[in-house]
Write a protein that binds this ligand. Structure first.
Ligand SMILES: [Zn+2]
Length: 144
């Protein structure tokens, strides 16, 4: 995890980690919905097929798994101890491809937002993060 959240928020995040029937991508979509953001799924023709496309804001969002996309500094982004060479090549390949796709998208005038799996576990944190990325007003209280 990076330093995008403060200590108190982090411990709240950790306390709230629990299994639920939602994937990180679904969590992100739900908070966008509550923020009143209209989006499309899977920009099929865009580099890297972003998970979420917000045309009005010329913004694409990738919801990345911390392991597969090697979230820098995140404890979920460990390197497996066996088959090290395979995993290194595989995971570094993912990271390199992400960087390439993001560069292409930016060349096309898209703002690229990456939401990490570990940032999707606490709704409040996630909603604040999305609102900040999308430069919206402070998000409303979560009431549902
Ligand atoms: Zn992470």
């Amino acid at each position: 995890m990076t330093d995008i959240v403060d200590r108190a928020t982090r411990s709240r995040m950790m306390a709230h980690i629990r299994s639920r029937d939602t994937t990180p991508e679904r969590a992100a979509r739900r908070e966008l919905y509550h923020l009143g953001i209209r989006y499309r799924l899977h920009g099929g023709k865009l580099p890297g097929r972003p998970d979420i496309v917000i045309r009005r804001l010329r913004t694409v969002i990738f919801v990345h798994g911390c392991f597969w996309h090697q979230h820098s500094g995140c404890r979920m982004a460990y390197m497996p101890k066996s088959n090290v060479e395979f995993w290194q090549r595989k995971l570094q390949g993912n990271v390199a491809r992400d960087a390439r796709n993001q560069a292409l998208l930016m060349e096309q005038g898209w703002r690229v937002v990456v939401i990490w799996e570990c940032e999707t576990r606490d709704r409040e944190v996630l909603r604040e993060l999305l609102a900040r990325w999308l430069a919206l007003e402070a998000p409303a209280e979560i009431t549902d």
